[in-house]
Design a protein around this ligand. Structure first.
Ligand SMILES: Cc1cc2nc3c(=O)[nH]c(=O)nc-3n(C[C@H](O)[C@H](O)[C@H](O)COP(=O)(O)O)c2cc1C
Ligand SMILES: O=C(O)C(=O)c1ccccc1
Length: 383
């Protein structure tokens, strides 16, 4: 046979150009139970799916013929420059994706100049995660926050707080959406257990202790389902000078509670769709929280952020900074620290391009005026 259509150029299936490429490549490398544990949401998977798809209803309103040659993606958080408005959300068990776990994530965050949350269920001690990102002069190059659940064991909770303080963590992210675990069929179907060899030094448990029980039972034995605003926030404030941020807010009412209890910030979050299924996508909950706050409390958001444009949209809707959970895990599973670096650089480049192509020179230029939505039968409506 001669002539005919040119043969398609074979493209490496592993070429990572965007976060969905990374998800696909990483997921292939993970055993079923780990893949489903990381990637799934709860019950009917409604919220996890909506977390990503809800972004697509917004259209960008670009301003053109703007000199964007010096567009600056940076913001400040805890008095330190972030290269762009992103952090890696606290997520348990990074070492199930790659043996270097949270240490690799920490190094990648330092390279990219973004913040990192340390889960109480991390596989490495706070000290190791902090010292993974030391500069040549021995100072951590980025800020970390420690994530806490409201725990039954107050003495242990206090030990975690003291260690986080001693290691220079800047804030507590108190996860408020998890008095009990969400209904997760994948974990039940697979009888999900922590793989052998993984330690949980922050909650003072080793592999053997954790493997005896399911994730669900671990959660039930640790987390305090009597938690409440009136008791727990004043207690935290009385024992630490670290900033207190509430993670898992989805309503105006709870935004007001965080303000009333003098918290420093909130993370509008639905735990990546892993807790209560059927709650709104975080990008849909964000506007009511921003409106209720009226500038009185800092607002960050996580859930379903998979592109630089998603970050841009969240900022336009009033968030100061975004966080990503699963993309970091996919980076780790794909190629350890290098994989997380690919993830962060992909999001940085996409975010910068989005700023430049909408005519924004600084993060402050990203406002509601940058977005529109199509109403039924109407023209593109401004927000
Ligand atoms: C595997 C996994 C483990 C998680 N572990 C924790 C945790 O220990 N504490 C917590 O507050 N949130 C935890 N989260 C939720 C994340 O902090 C974050 O809210 C969520 O992943 C954001 O959504 P995204 O994964 O779509 O970016 C976890 C999420 C995943 C996927
Ligand atoms: O599964 C989760 O969402 C979660 O929060 C968690 C908690 C402990 C260990 C691993 C994940």
């Amino acid at each position: 046979m001669s002539g005919g259509a040119p043969k398609p150029v074979p493209v490496s299936s592993d070429k990572i150009l965007c976060i969905p490429d990374l998800q696909k490549a990483a997921s292939k490398k993970l055993p079923t139970s780990a893949r489903e544990f990381y990637n799934s949401g709860s019950t009917d998977q409604i919220t996890i799916n909506e977390n990503s798809t809800a972004f697509s209803k917004y259209r960008l309103r670009p301003r053109v013929l703007v000199d964007v040659s010096k567009a600056d993606t940076s913001i400040a958080l805890f008095g330190r420059k972030l290269e762009f408005p992103l952090g890696v959300s606290p997520a348990g068990m990074h070492a199930m994706a790659h043996p270097d776990g949270e240490k690799a994530t920490s190094r990648a965050c330092a390279k990219a100049g973004v913040a990192m949350g340390i889960s109480s269920y991390a596989n490495y001690p706070i000290a190791d995660i902090r010292s993974a990102c030391l500069s040549s002069s021995g100072i951590p190059q980025i800020d970390h926050v420690i994530q806490l659940y409201t725990m039954k064991d107050r003495a242990m909770q206090l030990r975690i707080i003291r260690e986080a303080e001693a290691r220079g963590c800047k804030a507590i992210f108190l996860t408020a959406d998890s008095p009990v675990l969400g209904v997760r069929y994948n974990e039940w179907r697979n009888d999900f257990r922590t793989p052998e060899g993984l330690e949980f030094p922050i909650i003072e448990r080793d592999t053997e202790m954790i493997r005896k029980v399911t994730h669900d039972d671990t959660f039930t034995s640790f987390n305090d389902d009597t938690h409440n605003w009136a008791r727990d926030i004043p207690w935290l404030k009385s024992v630490t000078g670290m900033e207190i941020w509430i993670k898992g807010i989805l309503t105006a009412e709870d935004t007001l509670m965080a303000i009333e209890t003098s918290c420093h910030g909130i993370i509008v979050s639905n735990h990546g769709g892993r807790q209560l299924d059927g709650v709104p996508a975080t990008i849909d909950a964000l506007p009511e929280c921003v409106a209720a706050a009226a500038g009185r409390i800092r607002i960050h958001v996580d859930g379903g952020i998979r592109s630089g444009t998603d970050i841009f949209k969240a900022l336009a809707l009033g968030a100061e900074c975004c966080w990503v959970g699963r993309p970091a895990i996919w980076g780790l599973a794909y190629d350890g620290q290098a994989g997380v670096e690919i993830m962060l650089e992909t999001l940085r480049i996409e975010f910068k391009r989005c700023m430049q192509l909408t005519g924004c020179n600084s993060v402050k230029d990203i406002t509601k005026a940058c977005l529109g939505v199509y109403r039924v039968d109407g023209p593109l409506a401004r927000l």
